[in-house]
Design a protein around this ligand. Structure first.
Ligand code: AMP
Length: 375
């Protein structure tokens, strides 16, 4: 039985394990946050991420390969593990994907369109960047931002001071505001022999910076857009020599696709694949890092994933819906927290919208589902 070590111990680790047990894989988690929620496998926790911790050595020695489900990890931890065991994806993917400035530099180098940007570390630098890029701009922390945290939209020059003091005086990235028609993401998986498979584009609806609905295949995607997205994902995963899943978030604009950011891991916008594809993103990640053949990434039919955020809602009634697949993450309710998701499939997008609205009506606080009116 192969033993898999995972850095991070949240719901993504949980779903990796659930996909891995049928392949006779066993799971060991190493948490650096102090709040592991994975609820299965063998879990050790060390918030100091001390490289001398004997538990870390035991973790490294217990497993055949190490991976990660969380990118806000100390880079030194990944580099330390890499010297003692196999780490997939490598620390290079982690290094690039945990820093928006490095991500953008890679997009630029590969000719992948991304919003114009400046990296700044003073308030004067912020004002200069705004003058150069034009308003509005989105200001983001270069590291540790997720789910829209650590961001500020500046619409008037006078807001620079407020933005600088709100986000915290540190290195920031200032991006031109993109008038996108919708948000999309694409997930690729790469094996050690450079074989690459790509899932269809997903259409993502965010509210208050948090993903709420993700539909795959994204409806109304023309062939050129689909092949452009596939080639960006393939170029990135190949260039990073990345083994496992890589997710690329994109904006669709009237002038084509624009890259927003990447995640070197399984992603919330790929949860649809558990029911919606022959081989889920979780299973494909495990296949890639253990040297097994990659699985089929095609979507069987229109599928939508609805996140359960903050409150669990009427689970009883959700379970009574014949088309709803409920996934709960064994986490306590807290505002804004991802507690689970529901997957719904249908034979047409019209039917899917109807089913998604039924599910959302049983989840308190769910924002209205925008459907598929765009672009
Ligand atoms: P991020 O953390 O970069 O994924 O940003 C969170 C959300 O903010 C995105 O999903 C978009 O809805 C929005 N956003 C981020 N960057 C931009 C941008 N340059 N222009 C317009 N909206 C943005």
């Amino acid at each position: 039985m192969k033993k898999i070590g995972i850095l991070g111990a949240g719901q993504l680790g949980r779903m990796l394990a659930l996909a891995g047990y049928p392949l006779e894989l066993d799971f060991f988690f190493y948490d650096t946050t102090g709040t592991p929620s994975v609820g299965l496998g063998n879990v050790s926790s060390d918030t100091s991420a001390n490289l001398e911790n004997p538990d870390l050595q035991t973790f490294i020695d217990s497993v055949d390969v190490v991976s990660y489900e969380f990118e806000h990890l100390p880079l030194q931890l990944a580099q330390h593990i890499e010297q003692k065991n196999t780490l997939h994806p490598s620390s290079r993917s982690l290094d690039v994907c945990q820093d928006r400035a490095k991500e953008k530099a890679l997009f630029d180098r590969l000719g992948i369109p991304t919003p114009s940007y400046r990296v700044i570390d003073t308030e004067q630098g912020l004002i200069k960047a705004v003058e150069e890029l034009g308003l509005p701009v989105v200001v983001k922390t270069t590291t540790e931002g997720y789910d829209g945290k650590g961001q500020f939209v500046i619409r008037q020059l006078e807001q620079c001071q407020e933005a600088w003091h709100t986000i915290g005086s540190r290195t920031l990235i200032v991006e031109a505001f993109v008038n996108f028609t919708r948000e999309l993401s694409i997930i690729a998986v790469r094996a050690t022999d450079d074989n690459i498979e790509v899932y269809p584009l997903a259409e993502n609806q965010h509210n208050d910076g948090i993903l709420r609905y993700s539909t795959a295949p994204a409806p109304r995607v023309d062939d050129e857009t689909a092949s452009q997205a596939r080639s960006y994902a393939k170029e990135l995963i190949h260039e990073l020599d990345h083994v496992g899943i890589l997710t690329l978030e994109l904006f669709e604009t009237e002038k084509g696709l624009v890259a927003n950011e990447m995640a070197p891991r399984v992603h919330n916008s790929g949860h649809w694949s558990i029911e919606g594809a022959p081989c889920s993103q979780f299973e494909n990640h495990l296949r890639a890092i253990t040297g097994l053949p990659l699985g089929c990434t095609q979507a069987s039919r229109p599928t939508c994933m609805i996140n359960i955020i903050g409150e669990k809602g009427d689970i009883q009634s959700l379970l009574e819906l014949p088309y709803a697949h409920v996934h709960l993450y064994a986490k306590e309710e807290r505002p804004g927290r991802k507690l689970g998701h529901v997957t719904v499939q249908a034979d047409s997008y019209e039917e899917l919208v109807w089913r998604v609205n039924n599910v959302a009506s049983l989840l308190p606080g769910s924002p209205e589902f925008g459907g598929y009116s765009t672009p």
